[in-house]
Design a protein around this ligand. Structure first.
Ligand code: HSE
Length: 427
């Protein structure tokens, strides 16, 4: 039976989960995959953590050089996160001809061209299923499951922390700040939650997924990004009344006009398959020209779900003699022939505070009319301030730049009318 030695760099949450799966399932993989996968080395500065997980003392390496020069190591798992040390360690492993499995979305998003070049040069594999949507096998689906199709769109909830916060805000009617604190208490959100709540994490993942889906490099810089920190209880309550739930969406589309990639919170119509994806769960809805719509759903984070993706990559690498690389030209930037759409089409929700007197609605409608923005629904409620009202407006499908121009114009009316929130709407 083929024997494969694995080294794990970092025994944090995901590294610990990976170690646990590999050790508890060793016999199972021998029986079902005909391969004997053994963890032969770990690199973890906190030795007590490694020992507590049951790693034998002699398997704890002291530095990366020791790991990559160990002849027993065939596959190196990088789960330390961040980009600086991770990049150095992954390059060291690839340059030593070791296959690398990584969960590091930021690293892969920013440096996949460099890492893949090193992997190819040294005939090493480079696998990254765990970098996007944790345990949900979206990367293998795009590479091996729906490769018969031209993919026209992908819409996903690909960040669990923000989905947890938005679900709590919806269910409990509490503020963003309170739900963030709860997410931090439960270990979903980090002490510095910026990467999740400002949409960076989802944007890294969308850059990777859309490069695979659309077979061309979609750099991070091309992803429009807006986080959830501005979402208020009022927006959630308006959404509920109008029949929507707020989700942080990652949207990738490809059409004759070009590629459109964006991460932002949106009103999702109740009844849409993504509306019922709650708590910290993730889901991705993919549309291909032959298969039609498919949806993948599951846990996008956590020790065992992300460990599941890592171990699946290890098994793939251990059981295939040919390495599989990305299916697009993996360059640092976008191909010069590819167009990116920033003036995308969407319906919109707007919340505004306006003076409660005759003529104001007409004034606002005139601005919308001039910019080709047409209203579908309007809800009026008293505002906290005397003599003001709150308006919640939903528009027909229009263009992003038209809405931005209309909002900028309305905001010049100063205390007569002010747009407090703008969210895109998905039906
Ligand atoms: N922090 C991410 C999330 C998991 O909340 O979904 C890792 O990408």
């Amino acid at each position: 039976m083929k024997k494969v030695g694995v080294a794990i760099l970092g025994l944090g949450v995901v590294g610990g989960g990976t170690y646990q799966i590999l050790t508890s399932h060793r016999e199972f993989y021998r029986r079902t995959q005909d391969v004997d996968i053994e963890v032969v080395s770990v690199l973890e500065l906190n030795r007590d953590r490694a020992l507590a997980l049951g790693v034998p003392e002699e398997k704890i390496a002291s530095n990366i050089a020791e790991v990559v020069s160990d002849p027993e190591v065939n596959i190196v798992v990088e789960v330390i996160g961040g980009v600086n040390a991770a990049r150095e360690f992954v390059l060291a492993a690839l340059n030593a001809g070791r296959t690398v499995v990584t969960s590091n979305k930021e690293l892969f998003c920013k440096y996949s061209h460099e890492l893949e070049r090193a992997a190819k040069r040294h005939n090493a594999g480079l696998y990254f299923e765990a970098s996007c949507v944790g345990g949900v096998p979206i990367i293998r689906t795009l590479l091996d499951g729906v490769q018969a199709n031209e993919i026209s769109s992908m819409i996903g909830i690909i960040n669990g922390t923000t989905n947890y916060i938005l679900t709590k805000m919806y269910e409990e009617g509490t503020s963003y700040e309170d739900c963030l604190k709860e997410a931090q208490r439960l270990g979903y959100a980090e002490a510095d939650p910026t990467a999740d709540v400002e949409g960076f994490d989802a944007a890294y993942k969308l850059s990777i997924l859309s490069s695979l889906a659309f077979h061309t490099k979609v750099p991070f810089a091309k992803v429009f990004r807006e986080g959830i920190t501005g979402i208020t209880k009022e927006d959630i309550a308006d959404g509920r009344k109008l029949g929507y739930v707020v989700k942080l969406l990652a949207i990738g589309k490809q059409s004759d006009a070009g590629i459109e990639v964006r991460v932002h919170p949106a009103f999702v119509r109740m009844g849409h398959p993504l509306a019922s994806v709650g708590d910290s769960f993730n889901a991705v809805f993919v549309t291909g020209d032959a298969v039609g719509d498919i949806m993948l759903y599951g846990r996008g984070a956590g020790a065992l779900p992300t460990g599941s993706a890592i171990v699946s990559d290890i098994i793939y690498a251990a059981t295939h003699s040919e390495n599989k690389y990305s299916t697009f030209k993996n360059t640092a930037g976008a191909d010069k022939d590819v167009k990116f759409v920033s003036d995308f089409e969407s319906a919109y929700y707007m919340r505004m505070t306006v003076e409660d007197r005759p003529g104001i609605l007409a004034k606002i409608s005139t601005v919308f009319g001039k910019h080709g923005v047409s209203i579908v629904e309007l809800m009026q409620k008293p505002a906290p301030a005397e003599g003001k009202v709150r308006l919640a407006i939903v528009t027909h499908t229009t263009r992003e730049f038209s809405v931005r121009a209309a909002v900028a114009k309305i905001n010049t009316f100063e205390d007569v009318a002010h747009v407090d929130a703008v969210l895109r709407v998905i039906s």
